[in-house]
Design a protein around this ligand. Structure first.
Ligand SMILES: Nc1ncnc2c1ncn2[C@@H]1O[C@H](COP(=O)(O)OP(=O)(O)OP(=O)(O)O)[C@@H](O)[C@H]1O
Ligand SMILES: [Mg+2]
Length: 155
């Protein structure tokens, strides 16, 4: 059974440290892939999924502004430099919050995007497109506790 790792973040700066630690593991394991590397971020509204995605993108060297893709569903950023550029060409950020099923994501080119090993894909609200997620997708769940700290569980 894969072990679950638990990280706590008290603010967005901590989230950057958490993102680095989780990414180091994901990148290590992801080297064998033949398709895109998919990271599924589950968690309630406002739990910190977009903040984590931003932190991860920065850590990997994405320079462009990461904003929540809630209304456009999917945004693509290029790796031009930084450590992510050794492994990937594109960083996709998907917010499936508004999707009711897999149809819309398929029409946005999901098959081609997820088949391409040059792509790193982060997905918020992955439950809404569960059927198209690859079996090897990495799972992170985010939650806020009553102090406002965010908990990241990763397997
Ligand atoms: N580790 C953290 N500690 C404290 N506040 C945080 C932390 N991470 C994010 N926040 C704050 O929580 C709010 C929501 O964060 P964010 O947009 O990342 O959540 P989300 O999970 O993407 O929400 P949604 O489900 O709407 O997409 C933001 O105001 C952000 O500044
Ligand atoms: Mg979000």
């Amino acid at each position: 059974m894969p072990s679950v790792k638990h990280f706590v973040s008290k603010n967005e700066k901590d989230t950057r440290t958490v993102a680095k630690e989780i990414l180091d593991e994901i990148m290590k394991d992801g080297k064998e892939r033949s398709r895109a590397l998919v990271v599924a971020l589950s968690g309630n509204l406002g739990s910190g999924k977009t903040a984590f995605t931003k932190a991860a993108a920065r850590n990997l060297g994405i320079k462009s502004r990461i904003t929540s893709p809630t209304f456009v569903i999917m945004k693509r950023h290029s790796f031009s430099a930084g450590k992510g550029s050794k492994e990937f060409k594109f960083f996709f950020h998907i917010d499936a919050y508004r999707l009711r099923n897999e149809k819309e994501i398929l029409s946005l080119g999901w098959k081609e995007i997820s088949d391409d090993k040059n792509n790193l894909i982060f997905i918020e609200w992955p439950e809404n497109i569960q059927k198209v997620l690859p079996r090897g997708a990495r799972r992170i769940s985010v939650s806020a506790d009553k102090t406002g700290a965010r908990h990241f569980k990763f397997k």
